[in-house]
Ligand binder design. Structure first.
Ligand code: AMP
Length: 215
């Protein structure tokens, strides 16, 4: 199963991608997570990524494409993947096509997460994550058992630096300009599905399974 998740920041893609990937037994490949790991490890790429991400801008296509090419060619991704946050530009979509052609594979579905502007603001302002295991929480809709502390690791939860109001505004702008134009490409191929992403994690998960089944 090869799935691509699209949708604005705060649409809940990461949470659902992790769950769906587990459901289908394929890796969850999130470019944002890869860049954040580089940042934590203090690599040169990580330092650059940290600055770009904090502003809410995109990393250059060449860097992002190279990372994805390396990841998708790995053994565990041969049977499928859930791509979360990639492709985000026309150049990235082209590279993904080339990689899949190399593998003799196709994208099964591109799923767009539909959310309202108010919902995005609420989700991002309440979002907290564990710096150790990456688990995502929400102050209101998915609070940890002990306030401010990860259920798995006991680590203090953090807000993502790019969830600040200014950065979110820019991320939405970038999304509209760079990523939205990709919708047409996938609509034309008949693999584009829209899923209502407002509701409980369980509800949205069921809708995703239905959308995938209806292919
Ligand atoms: P995300 O976790 O998907 O919201 O991504 C966080 C940040 O990582 C983005 O705002 C970008 O700065 C960077 N990033 C993630 N995916 C990509 C991509 N496909 N192309 C360029 N930059 C990306």
């Amino acid at each position: 199963m090869r799935l691509v998740f699209m949708g604005p920041p705060g649409a809940g893609k990461g949470t659902q991608a992790a769950r769906l990937a587990e459901h289908f037994g394929v890796p969850h490949i999130a470019t944002g997570d890869i860049f954040r790991r580089e940042l934590e490890s203090g690599t040169r790429l990580g330092k650059k990524a940290g600055e770009v991400m904090a502003r809410g801008d995109l990393l250059p296509d060449e860097i992002t494409n190279e990372i994805i090419a390396k990841r998708i060619r790995q053994e565990d991704a041969q049977k499928g993947f859930v791509l979360d946050g990639y492709p985000r530009t026309p150049s990235q979509a082209k590279v993904l096509d080339q990689l899949l052609e190399e593998m003799g594979a196709n994208i099964d579905a591109v799923i767009k997460f539909m959310v309202t502007g108010d919902e995005i603001v609420s989700r991002l302002s309440g979002r907290r994550s564990c710096p150790v295991c990456g688990e995502i929480y929400h102050l209101v809709t998915r609070p940890p058992m002990n306030p401010g502390v990860c259920d798995n690791e006991g680590a203090a939860l953090e807000m993502r630096p790019d969830d600040s109001e200014e950065s979110v505004r820019n991320r939405l702008e970038v999304y509209g300009q760079e990523t939205k134009p990709l919708y047409d490409l996938y609509v034309a191929r008949g693999i584009f599905r829209e899923v209502d992403a407002i509701g409980s994690t369980e509800e949205v998960f069921q809708r995703l399974l239905d959308a995938i089944d209806s292919r």
